[in-house]
Design a protein around this ligand. Structure first.
Ligand code: MRU
Length: 381
């Protein structure tokens, strides 16, 4: 620490840098193994990132029919992108929210910095209610930034560093859980997955798909049944797209077809991601997950859930306490502009359901593979 004894203004700035900013950068650079980044058409991408003062993301509403990158320069635009699911998937919206709050810190007026940041935080967190990663990502930036008030120059810098830190940690954790979970997948396994729990749904690598991808990289001959995942078709559009990009053998099935393949004894293992894990091991995930878990139990097929640490809600005791997002009925009644249902009927559209811990074989985390009822406690150790 060459400047420690100095009393000049320059030395004070240098000391400040050494004590506060540099450790963040050091952690980000040295701690993480990012592995091989998601490849789309031969190019490396994350689902969401920060570049040239903008939050950038792959438009997941357009995939697989078009590959488009969206750019946002305000937190309000980022909140809208989370709401309309341009970016979706629990860890990915956590990172988008973190970057959104970092943008808010850049534009917050000096005299109302704290109030502006608080209202940006609330707006971002309310964009989607079920995935706890969103509030964890946003709050991690909020809390880091507040510590530097009234030094707003550093507060703004730290906001960006903290957002990058959240995104980098999320990517590294997904890589790690993929490496750990791959041991559960044996040669020749036929695997069922629901929704999209791939690199698109996270910052990189995925949760359930990180495990599948790693098993495939190990040379295991596997096959993936991809639930289409009505109403927004994250399975048919996004999981199928990612598996095709990786050359992993798969087929899309109607959501109602899984039972047929269980009955034929053609599913060896089920793996999904999750949007929130409770203290007792209950989880929330995309609507339809619960019925796959019940089906797996009836057929004595293991049902695994994979998640980074930001998906644990240590303040949530049980599944009943998780807020379930109810989305617009138009998602059920329309595909694009076409109405596919009786126009005069209402449609109900809960976006997530709860799978009780008793239906989950194990939870795969970057810290290990745990019994659901012990997972929250184990990852905190
Ligand atoms: O509504 P979505 O598409 O954001 O829902 C996503 C899921 O349910 C995923 O399975 C979940 O986020 C875990 S995978 C990272």
């Amino acid at each position: 620490m060459p400047f420690r004894q100095e009393k000049s203004g320059f030395a004070r700035v240098a000391n400040f840098y050494i004590d506060t900013i540099a450790p963040f950068i050091e952690i980000a650079i040295s701690h993480y193994n990012y592995g091989e980044t998601m490849q789309i058409n031969g190019q490396e991408y994350r689902s969401v990132w920060f570049e040239h003062a903008r939050v950038k993301m792959i438009d997941q509403n357009k995939l697989p029919f078009a590959f488009e990158i969206r750019e946002y320069s305000s937190y309000l635009e980022v909140a809208a992108a989370i709401r309309d699911m341009t970016v979706r998937g629990a860890p990915a919206i956590g990172a988008a929210g973190a970057y959104g709050l970092a943008m808010a810190a850049q534009s917050a007026p000096e005299e109302k910095f704290r109030a502006y940041l608080r209202s940006a935080r609330d707006e971002l967190i309310s964009a989607r209610p079920t995935a706890v990663d969103l509030s964890i990502g946003v709050n991690s930036v909020y809390e880091s930034t507040l510590k530097f008030i009234p030094d707003l120059v550093h507060a703004r810098q730290v906001a960006l560093l903290a957002a990058n830190e959240f995104a980098n940690r999320s990517a590294a954790e997904c890589l790690e859980l993929g490496n750990r979970g791959a041991e559960l997948i044996k040669e020749g396994y036929r695997i069922l997955t629901h929704c999209n729990a791939g690199a698109l749904a996270t910052v990189d690598h995925g949760t359930a798909l990180a495990v599948i991808r790693q098993a495939h990289k190990q040379g295991k001959n596997i096959f993936v049944y991809v639930d289409e995942t009505r109403p927004r078709l994250q399975g048919a559009r996004l999981t199928a797209f990612e598996l095709e990009q990786e050359g992993i053998p798969h087929a899309i099935i109607a959501d109602s077809a899984a039972g047929f393949y269980f009955w034929k004894n053609e599913i060896d293992l089920v793996i999904t991601g999750t949007d929130r894990i409770c203290l007792n091991g209950d989880i929330a995930n995309k609507i339809g997950t619960y019925e796959k878990a019940v089906m797996a139990k009836v057929h004595d097929v293991p049902f695994y859930v994979a998640a980074p640490l930001s998906t644990f809600d240590f303040g949530c005791a049980k599944g009943e306490d998780i807020p379930i997002e109810i989305r617009d009925e138009a998602e059920i009644k329309y595909i694009g502009e076409s109405c596919i249902a009786n126009p005069g009927s209402i449609a109900l559209n809960p976006s997530f359901d709860i799978t009780p811990a008793s239906y989950i074989t194990k939870i795969i985390t970057p810290k290990g593979i745990f019994e659901p009822s012990e997972a929250a406690q184990k990852v905190q150790q």
